[in-house]
Each structure stands twice: as C-alpha cells, then as structure tokens.
Design a protein around this ligand. Sequence first.
Ligand SMILES: [Zn+2]
Length: 208
Amino acid sequence: MATSLPQPVQRLIDTLSRLPGIGPKMAARLAIHLLSRPARERTELTDALTALSLEVHTCPRCGYLSTGELCDICTDTSRTRSICVVQGPLDVVALERSGSFRGLYHVLGGVLSPLDGIGPEELRIASLVTRVQELLADTNSGAVEVLLATNPSLEGEATALYIQRALANLENDQLSITRIARGLPVGSDIEYADPATLTRALEGRSNL
Ligand SMILES: [Zn+2]
C-alpha cells in the first residue's frame, strides 16, 4: 500500500485545491510550506479566515463588501446619484482608485454566461432595477445615471445589453444609461486596469 499523507494534511490540500488557479500540486506545496512555518503564522491565517466569515458580508443594497449594515460607499452621503454597475468587488476597488467616479455602485456578482448556467437570476439584476426605480421615485434625487461598467468581453457586453433593455422598460426620461468607453482593450479585466486607462474609459462613456 502506498504511503499517504496524514488526514489533516490531505484535508487542507483538498480544501486549497478548490481555490481558483490552484491545482492539487500547488495545494500540496502550500500545505507543506504552511507546516514548515512557525505555528504563529498558521494562527494568523486561521484568524484572518475566521474574521472573514464573522465580520464581512455583502452589502444588501449594492452587493459590495461590508462590515456594517450597509457598506461605506452606500452610507457616504457626498456621492452623486450615478450608479456604476460592475461585475465584482475588485472592480469597485479599481474604479475608486482611479478617483474619476464619485457615485454609487452595484456589484452584479458575475456576468451572464449561459454555458456556465449563469442567467439573470444568478446576478443582482432584479435588485438593480428595483434600486433604480426607488431612486427615480425619490423626487429629491432628480436625474439618475446608470453607468454599465462590465468588462469589454463577450459576456460583459451581453450583460450590459441585457441590463440596458431591462432598464429601458422603466421608460423614464429622468434615467440615462451609459456604457463605459472602449478605453479598455477587448478581453481585459477592469480589476487589473491601470488608473489612467480607467479614467479615459470613464470620461469617454457614451449614452446607450
Ligand atoms: Zn453598499
């Protein structure tokens, strides 16, 4: 019988293997590396994971990450009534870093991808429509802009088109729907874009 690793080690390897971009070999190397480090470093990792579970949740309004009831962006009253629609939380971080957008966000949690079984119900699209309706109904808020900033990929474009149609059904002339400009190369990720490229893309946004 072949020698196998002790069960706790194998369990860690199996867990790490489920992370994106980490195969079984990399998972095994990480596990052995962690075992070779002082116990204090493993405790730091455990504590960080525990805090993640206990303290961080998804903002019920926008889908960004939060440690309070609503996230810091939703509770920031100095922001404009533009809603920038993005795929994931790291897109928010990248756009905030660019400093070119001072509105609100809506994090979809992905893009439409029928082959992967991701339809509109799997994304925060219905809650976006409701949120826009509520903003439009608020007589104090005036015009509302929805800026579609999904990645310039096939799925990102299809998702932007789907949302554009869903919002167009609201038939409200106070609502403008814009799409981030093609300052970003096709196939790139907003998450990795540099601030200058993001600024150009934001400045060049167009009406849909
Ligand atoms: Zn929020």
